[in-house]
Design a protein around this ligand. Sequence first.
Ligand SMILES: *[C@@H]1O[C@H](CO)[C@@H](O)[C@H](O)[C@H]1NC(C)=O
Ligand SMILES: *[C@@H]1O[C@H](CO)[C@@H](O)[C@H](O)[C@H]1NC(C)=O
Ligand SMILES: *[C@@H]1O[C@H](CO)[C@@H](O)[C@H](O)[C@H]1NC(C)=O
Ligand SMILES: *[C@@H]1O[C@H](CO)[C@@H](O)[C@H](O)[C@H]1NC(C)=O
Length: 390
Amino acid sequence: MESPRITIKPLFFFSYMLLSHITTLSLALALEDCEFPAIFNFGDSNSDTGGLAASLFLPSPPPPYGETYFHMPAGRFSDGRLIMDFLAKSLGHPFLSAYLDSLGANFSHGANFATGSSTIRLPNRILPAPGGYSPFTLTIQYSQFLQLKNRSQLFRHRGGIFASLMPKEEYFSKALHTFDIGQNDLGEGFFANLTIQQVNASVPDIISSFSANIKTIYDLGGRSFWIHNTGPIGCLPYILVNFPSQKDEAGCAKLYNEVAQHFNHKLKEATVQLRKDLPLAAITYVDVYSVKYSLFKEPQKYGFEQPLVSCCGSGGKYNYNGRTLECGTTVTVNGGQIFAGSCKRPYVKVNWDGIHYTDAAAKIVFDKISTGAFSDPPLPLKQACHRSLD
Ligand SMILES: *[C@@H]1O[C@H](CO)[C@@H](O)[C@H](O)[C@H]1NC(C)=O
Ligand SMILES: *[C@@H]1O[C@H](CO)[C@@H](O)[C@H](O)[C@H]1NC(C)=O
Ligand SMILES: *[C@@H]1O[C@H](CO)[C@@H](O)[C@H](O)[C@H]1NC(C)=O
Ligand SMILES: *[C@@H]1O[C@H](CO)[C@@H](O)[C@H](O)[C@H]1NC(C)=O
C-alpha cells in the first residue's frame, strides 16, 4: 500500500503572495532543526569575544568592562555578554574563543575572527594610530579562517592534547557562519569628515566587498550563513556627540540612521543575489536594525531608561564626551580629570560605553532575532541551514 504523502502541488494555483505565506509557514513547521556542530563568526566589536584584546595592547577593555556577567574584563566591549554569546549558548555551545587568543582557546566548536573596530574594506588608518581601525578586515578574517581550516586538520591527525581543541573536518561544511560587520565602514567615513552623501555613496562598494567574502567562504565549503544587518548608528552617543544634527522622534541622528538603512537595503539586495549565485547556500538576512531601534523608540516596553545615554562614561548629556572609548579610563573634560565609571543600574541601560550595547540589551536583541521574526527567510536560528523556496 502506498504510504500517504502530503503534496504541495495544489498550492501552485494560489497567488504568489499567498503561496509564499503558506510555504513559509508550512516550511517552518515541517523543517527539522539543523545540527550546527560549530560556529565561525566574522565581525567587529559587536561580536568580538576577545580578539582585539588579545592582539593589540590597546584598547584592551579595562574594568568596569565585563562587570555584570564575567565580573572581570572578558575581552568584550560590553558589561557582559554579546548577541554572539547568547547565540552560541542557544545552539548548545560554549562561548566562542577568539581566533587570535593564544591562551586557553578551544576551537572544537568554532572560532571567532571578529575584532573590535574591524571594517569590511581596508581602512585608511590602522590601530594603534589615533582614529585607526583594526588591521583585521573581513578579508583578513577570511584568511585566518582558511588557516584554521587547513592547519586544524594537521593537529587533529597528529593527535595529542591539541587535537581535541580543533574542529573536526566535517564541521566546516555543517557549521553556521555568522556575520556582524559594516558599522565601522560607515563610522570611518563620518569621522574622516566625509559628507553624509559621500559615506552613503560608498555603500555599494562596501557591500560588494562583503559579498566577495561570502563567496570565498562558500568556495571553501561553507553552506549556512547568518548575516546581521547594521544597527542604528545614529542612536549611539559617539555619533550624537560628535555630529550634532537633525533628530528623529527617538532622539537619534536621522540622516546617520538613513545611511545605515541604505547599507541594509543594499546588504539585503546582495543576499538575494548571493542565493542565486550560490545554489547550495542557506543565507539568512537578519534585521538587527529594527530590533535595536525599538529599544530606543520604546525603551519602557523593555524596562529601559534613557536609552541614548551611555551607562559607563564621563558625564554630559549622553554621558560620553569623546571620539574614542572612555569607559574605564580617566579623561579630561572641560579642563578637569574625570574617571569614566559605570552607572548604578546597567540592567536598565541600552548603551554601555557610548558605542556598544549592554548585556541586558544584547539579551533582548538575541531573543527577538532568534525566532526568525526579523529574518529573511523567516526561519528561526535553529533552522538556518535550510534553503528557502523562492
Ligand atoms: C573544548 O570544548 C569542548 C566543547 O565544545 C569540550 O567538550 C572540551 O572538553 C573542551 N576542551 C578543553 C580542553 O577544555
Ligand atoms: C590548504 O590546503 C589545501 C589542500 O590541502 C591546499 O591546496 C592549500 O594550498 C592550503 N592553503 C593554505 C593557505 O595553506
Ligand atoms: C574633522 O573635522 C574636525 C572638526 O573640524 C577636525 O577636528 C578633525 O581633525 C577632522 N578629521 C579629519 C580626519 O580630518
Ligand atoms: C543614500 O543613497 C540612496 C540611493 O542613492 C538614496 O536613496 C538615499 O536617499 C541616500 N540617503 C542619504 C541619507 O543620503
